[in-house]
Design a protein around this ligand. Structure first.
Ligand SMILES: *[C@@H]1O[C@H](CO)[C@@H](O)[C@H](O)[C@H]1NC(C)=O
Ligand SMILES: *[C@@H]1O[C@H](CO)[C@@H](O)[C@H](O)[C@H]1NC(C)=O
Ligand SMILES: *[C@@H]1O[C@H](CO)[C@@H](O)[C@H](O)[C@H]1NC(C)=O
Length: 371
């Protein structure tokens, strides 16, 4: 019986061993299949959208498992602070990516390199203080870019070079004081630009950008607001309402600084002296009246220089004329006194000498030789 039951037992044993093994294999298969075409457990996925918003995520879920049909990836309202360079590889079908309301403070240069179909990127309300100039490389279809409510102090040259398709851009709510025109010139299709809530310094450094912005508006584009924080007399004013003449002195500054070098770096704000001079009465009315004064103040140096030149030349001419007049007067006086003396002597001699005319001729010749 033992011998008989042995194989039965072993057979039954083997069958009971094989079914958990099968389950195990199946389980592993399911586990492996899930990341291949599944939705990360923290996200809600539909056919074309993966919504992972507001889950308190501190790291990205396994995104490589997203269905390849995913067009929209929503990651807002999380606690993401760091993204690996490869975070969005294999997601080349994405058209919309929302990373707003996170704590991102630094984005690696190649982060979006494979998102050639991405048209809408939001980085709103993060902690970005700088953007790598190559950050947007590969984003050939971008139409909408939102980097508002960050801590950006500059828009690097080159960042927007490949963004000819961009139509909507927000830089509002950052720490921008100036922008370089050259950084924005590639945006030939821009329609909507938000620049509000930045500490703009309306000095020579903004002059070229102001020109570009006016061209954008002329083309039919929209710019929300660009209110000056500095200089004091322009505080609260939109730079578009500041007459372009107020920036004319910038050209003179550039000329004085040997062309160009001063234009980017050292432009002092318009009307520095005007602000230093009257720190007196209440502000609102004064700012309105000061602006034109200001223009005159900034123009003064050149006109003063010209005036001084005119005065000097006039002085020299006057001096020469005066000296000539004095010389002529002195000559006249000497001539007159000589003539008077001669006449007197003539009158003295007349009664003594009978024939006055005979003597007059040689005397007159003497005077003419003196002359
Ligand atoms: C991207 O997909 C390829 C194959 O399609 C795979 O080898 C690679 O590991 C994936 N990369 C990432 C970051 O998931
Ligand atoms: C990108 O968009 C084009 C046009 O809509 C489409 O033909 C292409 O398949 C898309 N690429 C990916 C990776 O989804
Ligand atoms: C910005 O994000 C923080 C945290 O992510 C959130 O508490 C805050 O309400 C957001 N602010 C705005 C204006 O969206």
């Amino acid at each position: 019986m033992r011998l008989f039951t042995g194989p039965v037992l072993s057979r039954s044993g083997s069958s009971t061993q094989s079914s958990p093994a099968l389950l195990c294999v199946l389980y592993l298969l399911v586990m492996q299949l899930q990341p291949c075409s599944g939705c990360p457990s923290v996200c809600v996925c539909s056919l074309s959208e993966a919504d992972c918003s507001g889950r308190g995520l501190v790291a990205l879920p396994a995104l490589s498992s997203l269905p390849s049909s995913t067009r929209t990836l929503l990651l807002p309202n999380n606690r993401l602070s760091l993204l690996p360079t490869a975070a969005f590889t294999n997601l080349s079908s994405l058209e919309r990516l929302d990373l707003s309301n996170n704590y991102l403070d630094n984005l690696p240069a190649g982060l979006f390199a494979e998102l050639a179909n991405l048209s809408d990127l939001s980085l709103r309300n993060n902690s970005l203080t700088a953007l790598d100039r190559d950050l947007l490389q590969g984003l050939g279809s971008l139409r909408r870019l939102d980097v508002s409510l960050n801590g950006l102090a500059a828009v690097p040259l080159g960042l927007l070079d490949q963004q000819q398709g961009l139509t909507w851009l927000s830089l509002a709510g950052n720490r921008l004081q100036a922008l370089e025109r050259a950084a924005f010139e590639p945006l030939v299709n821009l329609q909507h630009l938000e620049l509000g809530s930045n500490p703009w310094e309306c000095d020579c450094n903004l002059r070229d950008f102001k020109h570009w912005m006016e061209w954008l508006i002329y083309r039919g584009g929209y710019v929300d607001a660009m209110e000056c924080t500095l200089p004091k007399d322009l505080r609260g004013r939109d730079i578009r309402s500041v007459p372009v003449e107020m920036f004319n002195y910038c050209l003179q500054l550039e000329d004085e600084n040997g062309g160009g070098s001063g234009g980017t770096k050292g432009g002092s704000p318009p009307c520095v002296r005007a602000t230093a001079a009257p720190p007196s009465e209440s502000t609102v009315v004064r700012t309105e009246t000061e602006a034109p004064d200001c223009v005159r103040q900034r123009y003064r140096p050149v006109s003063v220089r010209r005036a001084i030149g005119t005065v000097v030349i006039a002085g020299v001419v006057c001096g020469i004329v005066c000296i000539m007049m004095v010389a002529a007067a002195a000559y006249g006086c000497i001539y007159a006194s000589l003539m008077a003396k001669y006449q007197r002597e003539l009158k003295k001699r007349q009664p003594l000498m009978g024939d006055a005319e005979a003597e007059a001729d040689p005397e007159e010749k003497q005077i003419s030789s003196v002359a």
